[in-house]
Design a protein around this ligand. Sequence first.
Ligand code: F3S
Length: 65
Amino acid sequence: MRVTVVEDMCQGHTLCAATAPELFLLREEDGHAYVETEVVPAGLEEKAERAALGCPEQAIVIETD
Ligand code: F3S
């Protein structure tokens, strides 16, 4: 599974980082989210999906292998 944040769509709601802090980091300058590594570590798939569903801007894209 891979996860990315579409930069243009993220509005900095920060729910993703609250749901899955292991996956989503927030930029200091604007509070927008990014991922350090796109590959979701084993065991964090459900959190990644929950974060994607919970993003009000639908800015989180998940690709399953
Ligand atoms: Fe951005 Fe959505 Fe997270 S708007 S900060 S990706 S909850």
